[in-house]
Design a binder for this molecule. Sequence first.
Ligand SMILES: C[C@H](N)C(=O)N[C@@H](Cc1c[nH]cn1)C(=O)O
Ligand SMILES: [Zn+2]
Ligand SMILES: [Zn+2]
Length: 476
Amino acid sequence: MSLEQFFQAIDANQDIYVQRLKEIVAIKSVSGEPEHRSDTILMGEWLLAELERLGATTKRVEPGVQKVNGRTLPLPPVVLATYGEDPAKKTVLIYGHYDVQPALKEDGWNTDPFTLTEDAEGRLLGRGASDDKGPVLGWLCALEAHQQLGRDLPVNLKFCFEGMEESGSEGLDAIIVREAHDYFRGVDCVCISDNYWLGKTKPCLTYGLRGVSYFMMSIKGPAADLHSGVFGGTVHEPMTDLVHLMSRLVDPQGRILVPGIMDQVAPLTEEEQHTYEGLEFGLSDLRGALGANTEIHANVKDILMHRWRYPSLSLHGIEGAFYAPGSKTVIPANPIGKFSIRTVPNMEPAQITQLVKDYLHAEFAKLNSKNVLEVTCDHEGRPWASSPDHWNFVAGARAVEQVFQCKPDLTREGGSIPVTLTFQDALQKNVLLLPMGACDDGAHSINEKVDRRNFIEGIKLYGAYFHELARVKTNE
Ligand SMILES: C[C@H](N)C(=O)N[C@@H](Cc1c[nH]cn1)C(=O)O
Ligand SMILES: [Zn+2]
Ligand SMILES: [Zn+2]
Protein backbone atom coordinates (compact mmCIF):
# COMPACT_ATOMS: atom_id res chain seq x y z
CA MET A 1 0.00 0.00 0.00
CA SER A 2 1.24 3.45 -0.73
CA LEU A 3 1.60 5.39 2.49
CA GLU A 4 0.02 8.35 0.69
CA GLN A 5 -3.28 6.51 0.54
CA PHE A 6 -3.06 5.72 4.25
CA PHE A 7 -2.23 9.34 5.07
CA GLN A 8 -5.24 10.53 3.08
CA ALA A 9 -7.49 8.12 4.95
CA ILE A 10 -6.25 9.48 8.28
CA ASP A 11 -6.92 13.05 7.13
CA ALA A 12 -10.39 12.10 5.93
CA ASN A 13 -11.26 10.45 9.24
CA GLN A 14 -9.73 12.99 11.57
CA ASP A 15 -12.99 14.29 13.04
CA ILE A 16 -14.02 10.75 13.95
CA TYR A 17 -10.70 10.25 15.78
CA VAL A 18 -11.11 13.52 17.67
CA GLN A 19 -14.65 12.52 18.63
CA ARG A 20 -13.35 9.20 19.92
CA LEU A 21 -10.69 10.99 21.95
CA LYS A 22 -13.47 13.11 23.43
CA GLU A 23 -15.31 9.95 24.42
CA ILE A 24 -12.35 8.56 26.36
CA VAL A 25 -11.19 11.84 27.92
CA ALA A 26 -14.67 11.90 29.51
CA ILE A 27 -13.84 8.69 31.41
CA LYS A 28 -12.22 9.95 34.62
CA SER A 29 -9.53 7.31 34.88
CA VAL A 30 -7.53 9.01 37.63
CA SER A 31 -5.53 6.12 39.08
CA GLY A 32 -4.37 8.12 42.12
CA GLU A 33 -7.89 8.87 43.37
CA PRO A 34 -9.77 5.99 45.00
CA GLU A 35 -13.15 7.52 44.08
CA HIS A 36 -12.18 7.17 40.41
CA ARG A 37 -10.97 3.59 40.58
CA SER A 38 -14.19 2.30 39.01
CA ASP A 39 -13.78 4.85 36.16
CA THR A 40 -10.21 3.66 35.66
CA ILE A 41 -11.42 0.07 35.39
CA LEU A 42 -14.12 1.25 32.96
CA MET A 43 -11.44 2.82 30.77
CA GLY A 44 -9.58 -0.51 30.67
CA GLU A 45 -12.84 -2.18 29.64
CA TRP A 46 -13.37 0.42 26.90
CA LEU A 47 -9.99 -0.54 25.45
CA LEU A 48 -10.71 -4.25 25.67
CA ALA A 49 -13.98 -3.74 23.77
CA GLU A 50 -12.34 -1.49 21.17
CA LEU A 51 -9.52 -3.96 20.57
CA GLU A 52 -12.03 -6.75 20.12
CA ARG A 53 -14.06 -4.63 17.72
CA LEU A 54 -10.86 -4.27 15.69
CA GLY A 55 -10.42 -8.04 15.60
CA ALA A 56 -7.64 -8.38 18.17
CA THR A 57 -7.56 -11.28 20.61
CA THR A 58 -7.60 -9.79 24.09
CA LYS A 59 -6.58 -10.93 27.52
CA ARG A 60 -7.64 -9.11 30.68
CA VAL A 61 -5.07 -9.52 33.44
CA GLU A 62 -5.95 -8.56 37.01
CA PRO A 63 -2.86 -7.28 38.83
CA GLY A 64 -4.49 -7.74 42.27
CA VAL A 65 -5.43 -5.23 44.94
CA GLN A 66 -4.00 -2.10 46.47
CA LYS A 67 -4.27 -0.85 50.06
CA VAL A 68 -5.01 2.90 50.29
CA ASN A 69 -5.57 4.47 53.72
CA GLY A 70 -6.93 1.22 55.13
CA ARG A 71 -9.14 0.56 52.07
CA THR A 72 -8.57 -2.33 49.72
CA LEU A 73 -9.01 -1.32 46.08
CA PRO A 74 -8.90 -3.55 42.99
CA LEU A 75 -6.09 -2.59 40.64
CA PRO A 76 -7.24 -1.68 37.12
CA PRO A 77 -6.76 -4.44 34.54
CA VAL A 78 -3.69 -4.76 32.39
CA VAL A 79 -5.05 -4.99 28.85
CA LEU A 80 -3.13 -7.40 26.63
CA ALA A 81 -4.00 -7.96 23.00
CA THR A 82 -2.62 -9.71 19.93
CA TYR A 83 -3.33 -8.73 16.34
CA GLY A 84 -1.83 -10.99 13.71
CA GLU A 85 0.47 -13.98 14.23
CA ASP A 86 2.15 -14.29 10.86
CA PRO A 87 5.60 -15.86 11.46
CA ALA A 88 6.89 -14.12 8.32
CA LYS A 89 6.27 -10.69 9.85
CA LYS A 90 8.01 -8.86 12.67
CA THR A 91 6.06 -8.46 15.90
CA VAL A 92 6.05 -5.12 17.70
CA LEU A 93 4.80 -4.70 21.24
CA ILE A 94 3.02 -1.40 21.89
CA TYR A 95 2.78 -0.14 25.47
CA GLY A 96 0.69 2.78 26.73
CA HIS A 97 -1.28 3.81 29.80
CA TYR A 98 -4.95 4.66 30.07
CA ASP A 99 -4.89 6.28 33.51
CA VAL A 100 -4.40 10.02 33.98
CA GLN A 101 -3.26 12.54 36.56
CA PRO A 102 -5.88 14.21 38.78
CA ALA A 103 -7.57 17.36 37.41
CA LEU A 104 -10.05 19.83 38.89
CA LYS A 105 -11.52 22.83 37.10
CA GLU A 106 -10.69 24.85 40.25
CA ASP A 107 -6.99 24.15 39.74
CA GLY A 108 -7.14 26.81 37.03
CA TRP A 109 -8.35 24.98 33.92
CA ASN A 110 -10.04 27.25 31.36
CA THR A 111 -12.39 24.41 30.36
CA ASP A 112 -13.77 21.31 32.05
CA PRO A 113 -10.75 18.94 32.17
CA PHE A 114 -12.84 15.89 31.28
CA THR A 115 -14.62 17.47 28.31
CA LEU A 116 -12.27 17.51 25.32
CA THR A 117 -12.55 21.01 23.90
CA GLU A 118 -10.94 22.29 20.70
CA ASP A 119 -9.89 25.94 20.65
CA ALA A 120 -9.36 28.25 17.69
CA GLU A 121 -5.67 27.19 17.37
CA GLY A 122 -6.58 23.51 17.05
CA ARG A 123 -5.55 22.64 20.59
CA LEU A 124 -7.50 19.64 21.90
CA LEU A 125 -7.74 20.43 25.61
CA GLY A 126 -8.49 17.76 28.17
CA ARG A 127 -6.83 15.62 30.83
CA GLY A 128 -5.00 12.75 29.19
CA ALA A 129 -5.27 14.25 25.67
CA SER A 130 -1.47 14.05 25.43
CA ASP A 131 -0.59 11.82 28.40
CA ASP A 132 -1.47 9.19 27.31
CA LYS A 133 -4.96 8.72 25.89
CA GLY A 134 -4.22 10.49 22.58
CA PRO A 135 -1.26 8.20 21.80
CA VAL A 136 -3.02 5.02 23.03
CA LEU A 137 -6.02 5.79 20.83
CA GLY A 138 -3.70 6.76 17.97
CA TRP A 139 -2.31 3.23 17.67
CA LEU A 140 -5.83 1.82 17.36
CA CYS A 141 -6.79 4.42 14.74
CA ALA A 142 -3.73 3.51 12.66
CA LEU A 143 -4.79 -0.13 12.77
CA GLU A 144 -8.43 0.68 11.93
CA ALA A 145 -7.42 2.80 8.93
CA HIS A 146 -5.54 -0.17 7.45
CA GLN A 147 -8.63 -2.33 7.83
CA GLN A 148 -10.86 0.30 6.21
CA LEU A 149 -8.51 0.43 3.26
CA GLY A 150 -8.64 -3.36 3.05
CA ARG A 151 -4.87 -3.62 3.67
CA ASP A 152 -2.99 -6.16 5.72
CA LEU A 153 -0.83 -4.78 8.47
CA PRO A 154 2.81 -5.35 7.52
CA VAL A 155 3.66 -6.35 11.13
CA ASN A 156 2.06 -8.38 13.91
CA LEU A 157 0.98 -6.33 16.91
CA LYS A 158 0.91 -7.01 20.61
CA PHE A 159 -0.50 -4.45 23.01
CA CYS A 160 0.05 -3.89 26.70
CA PHE A 161 -2.04 -1.05 28.18
CA GLU A 162 -1.97 -0.37 31.90
CA GLY A 163 -4.11 1.75 34.22
CA MET A 164 -1.65 2.53 37.05
CA GLU A 165 1.28 4.28 35.34
CA GLU A 166 0.65 7.59 37.07
CA SER A 167 0.62 5.79 40.42
CA GLY A 168 3.75 3.66 40.31
CA SER A 169 2.65 0.95 37.82
CA GLU A 170 1.67 -1.29 40.72
CA GLY A 171 1.55 -4.94 39.73
CA LEU A 172 2.78 -4.49 36.18
CA ASP A 173 6.42 -5.56 36.48
CA ALA A 174 5.44 -8.97 37.83
CA ILE A 175 3.03 -9.48 34.92
CA ILE A 176 5.66 -8.56 32.32
CA VAL A 177 8.25 -10.87 33.86
CA ARG A 178 5.67 -13.68 34.06
CA GLU A 179 4.49 -13.19 30.45
CA ALA A 180 7.94 -12.53 28.94
CA HIS A 181 8.20 -16.07 27.54
CA ASP A 182 4.49 -16.66 27.22
CA TYR A 183 2.20 -13.85 26.03
CA PHE A 184 5.13 -11.72 24.86
CA ARG A 185 6.92 -14.62 23.17
CA GLY A 186 7.92 -13.71 19.62
CA VAL A 187 8.09 -9.96 20.22
CA ASP A 188 10.91 -8.45 18.12
CA CYS A 189 10.88 -4.91 19.45
CA VAL A 190 8.90 -2.57 21.71
CA CYS A 191 7.51 0.90 21.06
CA ILE A 192 6.14 3.36 23.63
CA SER A 193 4.49 6.67 22.80
CA ASP A 194 4.24 8.44 26.16
CA ASN A 195 6.60 11.40 26.13
CA TYR A 196 6.98 14.67 24.26
CA TRP A 197 8.93 16.44 21.55
CA LEU A 198 11.69 18.75 22.69
CA GLY A 199 10.05 21.73 21.01
CA LYS A 200 6.82 22.44 19.17
CA THR A 201 7.70 21.67 15.58
CA LYS A 202 10.25 18.88 15.25
CA PRO A 203 9.58 15.22 16.12
CA CYS A 204 12.07 13.19 18.10
CA LEU A 205 13.00 9.64 19.02
CA THR A 206 13.85 9.13 22.66
CA TYR A 207 16.45 6.76 24.10
CA GLY A 208 16.60 7.66 27.80
CA LEU A 209 14.34 8.40 30.77
CA ARG A 210 14.91 9.48 34.32
CA GLY A 211 13.66 7.23 37.09
CA VAL A 212 11.52 8.42 39.98
CA SER A 213 11.50 7.72 43.72
CA TYR A 214 8.40 9.16 45.39
CA PHE A 215 8.47 9.88 49.12
CA MET A 216 5.90 10.56 51.86
CA MET A 217 7.11 12.30 55.02
CA SER A 218 4.55 12.11 57.85
CA ILE A 219 4.82 14.10 61.08
CA LYS A 220 2.44 13.00 63.82
CA GLY A 221 1.77 15.19 66.82
CA PRO A 222 -1.50 15.70 68.69
CA ALA A 223 -4.32 13.16 68.39
CA ALA A 224 -6.46 15.60 66.36
CA ASP A 225 -6.26 19.02 64.69
CA LEU A 226 -6.10 21.78 67.33
CA HIS A 227 -7.37 25.34 67.86
CA SER A 228 -4.27 27.51 67.32
CA GLY A 229 -5.52 30.10 69.82
CA VAL A 230 -5.86 27.59 72.60
CA PHE A 231 -2.79 25.46 71.83
CA GLY A 232 -0.50 27.68 69.72
CA GLY A 233 2.78 28.28 71.56
CA THR A 234 2.30 25.29 73.83
CA VAL A 235 2.83 22.31 71.51
CA HIS A 236 5.37 21.15 68.93
CA GLU A 237 3.44 21.85 65.75
CA PRO A 238 3.81 19.11 63.11
CA MET A 239 3.56 21.62 60.24
CA THR A 240 6.44 23.66 61.64
CA ASP A 241 8.63 20.54 61.76
CA LEU A 242 7.48 19.45 58.32
CA VAL A 243 8.05 22.78 56.61
CA HIS A 244 11.51 22.95 58.17
CA LEU A 245 12.40 19.48 56.91
CA MET A 246 11.00 20.14 53.44
CA SER A 247 13.14 23.28 53.21
CA ARG A 248 16.21 21.12 53.94
CA LEU A 249 15.73 18.91 50.86
CA VAL A 250 16.49 21.22 47.95
CA ASP A 251 17.68 24.81 47.57
CA PRO A 252 16.16 27.48 45.30
CA GLN A 253 18.85 26.80 42.67
CA GLY A 254 17.57 23.23 42.40
CA ARG A 255 20.57 21.74 44.24
CA ILE A 256 19.69 18.59 46.15
CA LEU A 257 20.75 18.95 49.79
CA VAL A 258 20.63 15.26 50.73
CA PRO A 259 24.30 14.24 51.09
CA GLY A 260 25.58 11.40 48.91
CA ILE A 261 23.00 11.66 46.11
CA MET A 262 25.17 13.47 43.58
CA ASP A 263 28.05 11.02 44.22
CA GLN A 264 26.10 8.29 42.42
CA VAL A 265 25.57 10.19 39.15
CA ALA A 266 27.31 8.66 36.11
CA PRO A 267 30.28 10.75 34.95
CA LEU A 268 29.87 12.83 31.80
CA THR A 269 31.77 11.32 28.85
CA GLU A 270 33.18 13.02 25.77
CA GLU A 271 30.74 11.02 23.63
CA GLU A 272 27.75 12.19 25.64
CA GLN A 273 28.84 15.83 25.35
CA HIS A 274 28.05 15.69 21.62
CA THR A 275 24.50 14.44 22.13
CA TYR A 276 23.42 17.93 23.26
CA GLU A 277 24.55 19.53 20.01
CA GLY A 278 22.39 20.44 17.00
CA LEU A 279 19.02 19.88 18.64
CA GLU A 280 16.04 22.01 17.72
CA PHE A 281 15.53 23.46 21.17
CA GLY A 282 16.06 26.92 22.55
CA LEU A 283 15.41 28.99 25.62
CA SER A 284 12.22 30.24 23.99
CA ASP A 285 10.88 26.66 23.79
CA LEU A 286 11.47 26.23 27.51
CA ARG A 287 9.96 29.61 28.31
CA GLY A 288 6.96 28.90 26.08
CA ALA A 289 6.31 25.60 27.86
CA LEU A 290 6.83 27.24 31.28
CA GLY A 291 4.64 30.22 30.47
CA ALA A 292 7.28 32.21 32.37
CA ASN A 293 10.94 33.24 32.31
CA THR A 294 11.89 31.48 35.53
CA GLU A 295 14.55 29.08 34.25
CA ILE A 296 17.57 28.32 36.46
CA HIS A 297 20.12 27.63 33.75
CA ALA A 298 21.13 30.12 31.08
CA ASN A 299 22.11 27.90 28.16
CA VAL A 300 20.39 25.09 26.33
CA LYS A 301 23.05 22.48 27.10
CA ASP A 302 22.79 23.06 30.86
CA ILE A 303 19.01 23.00 30.68
CA LEU A 304 19.00 19.68 28.86
CA MET A 305 21.66 18.16 31.08
CA HIS A 306 19.60 19.05 34.14
CA ARG A 307 16.51 17.54 32.56
CA TRP A 308 18.15 14.38 31.21
CA ARG A 309 21.31 13.39 33.07
CA TYR A 310 21.21 14.99 36.52
CA PRO A 311 18.80 14.17 39.31
CA SER A 312 16.27 16.68 40.61
CA LEU A 313 14.15 16.88 43.75
CA SER A 314 10.68 18.43 43.61
CA LEU A 315 8.32 19.26 46.47
CA HIS A 316 4.77 18.34 45.45
CA GLY A 317 2.42 19.10 48.29
CA ILE A 318 1.26 18.58 51.85
CA GLU A 319 -1.63 16.25 52.60
CA GLY A 320 -3.59 16.86 55.79
CA ALA A 321 -2.83 20.59 55.88
CA PHE A 322 -5.38 23.36 55.58
CA TYR A 323 -5.55 24.56 51.97
CA ALA A 324 -9.13 25.72 51.35
CA PRO A 325 -10.11 29.39 50.93
CA GLY A 326 -10.74 31.31 54.13
CA SER A 327 -8.66 31.68 57.30
CA LYS A 328 -9.22 28.61 59.43
CA THR A 329 -7.06 28.84 62.59
CA VAL A 330 -6.05 25.22 62.86
CA ILE A 331 -2.94 23.31 63.88
CA PRO A 332 -2.91 20.23 61.58
CA ALA A 333 -2.23 17.09 63.61
CA ASN A 334 -0.66 14.88 60.94
CA PRO A 335 0.52 16.59 57.76
CA ILE A 336 2.25 14.46 55.13
CA GLY A 337 4.83 16.12 52.90
CA LYS A 338 5.21 14.67 49.40
CA PHE A 339 8.32 14.95 47.29
CA SER A 340 10.08 12.97 44.61
CA ILE A 341 13.57 12.56 43.25
CA ARG A 342 14.09 12.06 39.51
CA THR A 343 16.93 9.58 39.32
CA VAL A 344 19.56 9.02 36.63
CA PRO A 345 22.21 6.44 35.75
CA ASN A 346 23.96 5.09 38.02
CA MET A 347 21.68 5.85 40.97
CA GLU A 348 20.40 2.86 42.94
CA PRO A 349 16.84 3.35 44.25
CA ALA A 350 17.40 1.35 47.48
CA GLN A 351 20.46 3.44 48.34
CA ILE A 352 18.66 6.69 47.51
CA THR A 353 15.81 5.77 49.86
CA GLN A 354 18.26 4.98 52.64
CA LEU A 355 20.17 8.24 52.15
CA VAL A 356 16.92 10.24 52.23
CA LYS A 357 15.62 8.50 55.36
CA ASP A 358 18.92 8.79 57.25
CA TYR A 359 19.26 12.46 56.37
CA LEU A 360 15.71 13.44 57.31
CA HIS A 361 15.88 11.59 60.64
CA ALA A 362 19.21 13.28 61.42
CA GLU A 363 17.76 16.71 60.56
CA PHE A 364 14.64 15.97 62.58
CA ALA A 365 16.72 14.99 65.62
CA LYS A 366 18.26 18.49 65.59
CA LEU A 367 14.78 19.99 66.17
CA ASN A 368 14.28 18.37 69.60
CA SER A 369 10.65 17.90 68.68
CA LYS A 370 8.42 15.41 70.52
CA ASN A 371 6.48 14.72 67.34
CA VAL A 372 6.99 11.50 65.40
CA LEU A 373 8.56 11.43 61.94
CA GLU A 374 7.98 8.64 59.45
CA VAL A 375 9.49 8.64 55.97
CA THR A 376 8.35 6.09 53.37
CA CYS A 377 9.13 5.58 49.70
CA ASP A 378 5.76 5.14 47.95
CA HIS A 379 7.19 3.90 44.66
CA GLU A 380 10.47 3.80 42.87
CA GLY A 381 11.23 3.41 39.17
CA ARG A 382 14.68 3.08 37.70
CA PRO A 383 16.22 5.35 35.06
CA TRP A 384 16.70 3.97 31.55
CA ALA A 385 19.35 4.84 28.99
CA SER A 386 19.68 2.98 25.72
CA SER A 387 21.37 3.54 22.38
CA PRO A 388 19.56 4.93 19.31
CA ASP A 389 21.60 2.75 16.92
CA HIS A 390 19.20 -0.21 16.80
CA TRP A 391 17.08 -1.01 13.68
CA ASN A 392 13.96 -0.18 15.72
CA PHE A 393 15.22 3.43 15.85
CA VAL A 394 16.13 3.30 12.15
CA ALA A 395 12.50 2.37 11.38
CA GLY A 396 11.24 5.14 13.70
CA ALA A 397 13.50 7.72 12.01
CA ARG A 398 12.37 6.69 8.53
CA ALA A 399 8.73 6.91 9.61
CA VAL A 400 9.35 10.46 10.86
CA GLU A 401 10.88 11.34 7.49
CA GLN A 402 7.85 9.92 5.66
CA VAL A 403 5.39 12.01 7.67
CA PHE A 404 7.32 15.16 8.57
CA GLN A 405 9.99 15.30 5.84
CA CYS A 406 12.78 15.81 8.37
CA LYS A 407 15.17 13.75 10.45
CA PRO A 408 14.08 13.43 14.09
CA ASP A 409 16.06 14.81 16.99
CA LEU A 410 17.49 12.13 19.27
CA THR A 411 16.56 12.95 22.83
CA ARG A 412 16.39 11.74 26.39
CA GLU A 413 13.42 12.57 28.61
CA GLY A 414 13.23 14.03 32.11
CA GLY A 415 10.04 12.18 33.02
CA SER A 416 9.74 8.51 33.94
CA ILE A 417 8.17 5.42 32.41
CA PRO A 418 9.62 2.76 34.69
CA VAL A 419 8.18 -0.13 32.72
CA THR A 420 10.52 0.70 29.81
CA LEU A 421 13.46 -0.88 31.59
CA THR A 422 11.32 -3.83 32.64
CA PHE A 423 10.43 -4.56 29.01
CA GLN A 424 14.04 -4.20 27.92
CA ASP A 425 15.34 -6.52 30.64
CA ALA A 426 12.56 -9.11 30.71
CA LEU A 427 12.15 -9.43 26.94
CA GLN A 428 15.76 -8.63 26.03
CA LYS A 429 14.40 -6.48 23.18
CA ASN A 430 15.04 -2.94 22.05
CA VAL A 431 12.59 -0.26 23.19
CA LEU A 432 11.91 2.87 21.12
CA LEU A 433 10.10 5.91 22.54
CA LEU A 434 8.16 7.57 19.71
CA PRO A 435 6.33 10.60 21.08
CA MET A 436 3.22 12.22 19.64
CA GLY A 437 2.89 15.34 21.80
CA ALA A 438 4.75 18.67 21.86
CA CYS A 439 6.83 20.28 24.60
CA ASP A 440 4.02 22.65 25.60
CA ASP A 441 1.28 20.04 26.02
CA GLY A 442 1.11 20.67 29.76
CA ALA A 443 1.03 17.02 30.80
CA HIS A 444 0.24 16.78 34.54
CA SER A 445 -0.59 20.49 34.53
CA ILE A 446 -3.73 22.55 33.96
CA ASN A 447 -5.04 22.94 30.40
CA GLU A 448 -3.32 19.78 29.15
CA LYS A 449 -3.73 19.51 25.37
CA VAL A 450 -2.59 17.75 22.29
CA ASP A 451 -2.54 19.77 19.08
CA ARG A 452 -4.85 18.40 16.41
CA ARG A 453 -1.84 18.38 14.09
CA ASN A 454 0.22 16.26 16.48
CA PHE A 455 -2.67 13.87 17.06
CA ILE A 456 -3.43 13.34 13.38
CA GLU A 457 0.18 13.35 12.13
CA GLY A 458 0.99 11.09 15.09
CA ILE A 459 -1.50 8.49 13.83
CA LYS A 460 0.17 8.69 10.41
CA LEU A 461 3.55 8.30 12.12
CA TYR A 462 2.44 5.10 13.86
CA GLY A 463 1.19 3.63 10.57
CA ALA A 464 4.38 4.65 8.76
CA TYR A 465 6.41 3.08 11.58
CA PHE A 466 4.64 -0.27 11.02
CA HIS A 467 5.66 -0.13 7.36
CA GLU A 468 9.24 0.93 8.04
CA LEU A 469 9.55 -1.81 10.65
CA ALA A 470 8.46 -4.37 8.10
CA ARG A 471 11.03 -3.01 5.64
CA VAL A 472 14.06 -2.42 7.86
CA LYS A 473 16.81 -5.03 7.87
CA THR A 474 17.55 -6.32 11.34
CA ASN A 475 21.28 -5.82 10.79
CA GLU A 476 20.83 -2.15 9.80
C1 LIG B 1 6.52 10.46 30.97
C2 LIG B 1 5.17 9.85 31.36
N1 LIG B 1 4.18 10.31 30.46
C3 LIG B 1 4.80 10.26 32.77
O1 LIG B 1 4.12 11.24 32.93
N2 LIG B 1 5.24 9.47 33.76
C4 LIG B 1 5.04 9.81 35.14
C5 LIG B 1 5.21 8.53 35.94
C6 LIG B 1 4.90 8.69 37.39
C7 LIG B 1 5.61 8.20 38.41
N3 LIG B 1 4.98 8.51 39.54
C8 LIG B 1 3.92 9.17 39.23
N4 LIG B 1 3.86 9.27 37.90
C9 LIG B 1 6.03 10.86 35.58
O2 LIG B 1 7.11 10.98 34.99
O3 LIG B 1 5.71 11.61 36.54
ZN1 LIG C 1 2.03 11.28 33.16
ZN1 LIG D 1 2.37 9.14 30.55
